[in-house]
Design a protein around this ligand. Sequence first.
Ligand code: ASP
Ligand code: MG
Length: 405
Amino acid sequence: MALIVQKYGGTSVANPERIKNVAKRVAKYHSRGDQVVVIVSAMSGVTDGLIKLAKDISPLPNEREMDMLLATGEQQTIALTAIALQTLNVPAVSLTGAQAGIVTDGVHTKAKIDNITPKKVREFLKKGSVVIVAGFQGETPEGQITTLGRGGSDLTAIALAAALKADLCEIYTDVDGVYTADPRIVPGAKKLQEISYDEMLELASLGAKVMQSRSVEFAKKFGVVFEVRSSLNENPGTIVKEETKSMEAVVVRGVALDKNQAKITLVAVPDKPGVAARIFKALGNATVNVDMIVQNISHGSGTPATDLSFTVEKADLLKAQKVIEGLKKELNFSKVIATEKIGKLSIVGVGMKSHTGVAAKLFESLSQTGLNIDMISTSEIKISVVIDLAMGEAAMKAVHAAFIG
Ligand code: ASP
Ligand code: MG
């Protein structure tokens, strides 16, 4: 007998048939004698629909009221899932985040979990019930309803698995696991048997959006091993866990393409102390998230000047351009060039720590595709290049073939 935490995402509970399918899966574990805690998201599209409703009334709705509204999405699915289980004669009870003992801070729409006291969850498990908990929500010590940021049901599942010291944590979604690349772009992409927390985090932040990043960070911090798998078949998924020595044998675990970045270049910025600080402070104050930064060597005669390029999320491009234009007089650069037609291609793997020649191999495979590299950045387990967006998918295929086959 094991204590199992299972999380079913929006597509896994998208309609009555899917909810019945979840109930059948859960019933199987229950009849085996396992204790099962189920976390569900809202039906797919429901959270977006609620946000739209609010925005139709006000462009900037009050965030406390947004939490009140958004929490209802998950509250529908917990009740429906409990009803589906009861119909199969499996004892089941639904609990809101607050009833499950999830206590958060008061930052509405992106609250952090402060602590979990899953007393009620344990009581119902002991009585033989399946316990269904609403994902994505909690409550402040003062009893205000909060939500945990988009995709927050993943966090609910990982945090509950940690608090309950679960034997197994399964994250059910509509894909079979984590792949070496997006299979819709790279047909030869392979499902990974296992991946380390750090690799998973890099891939998630690079646009391979399998899980909410915060939930993976939480799992890493508390050592929660979990499996990402599909609710629509019986295939084993991908195990996410702490890095092991054997993981380093693989140089590149995955290739990701982020199409959501834009690039801004400041041409001929005077090359003197304090200029970069001024630019990035102003961007930071405007809450623009800057990703890659490249500064070239000084050129020109007279006062030395340099070109400075950086990338931001596409959604922040207009805001960033405005900030930069505002600095033109003060900093005296000659012009600003902005483009959305870039892609950020990245290779990720803990094996890079102990292998050499990885960058050379990456650049070689790109050059064989006739690709020009715009910007480069590296970390211990990642190399990213900015390239022409139109060539992004071809580049991804070539790089995947070179490293993974
Ligand atoms: N329903 C919420 C969202 O769509 C939380 C989740 O699905 O994890 O973001
Ligand atoms: Mg989700």
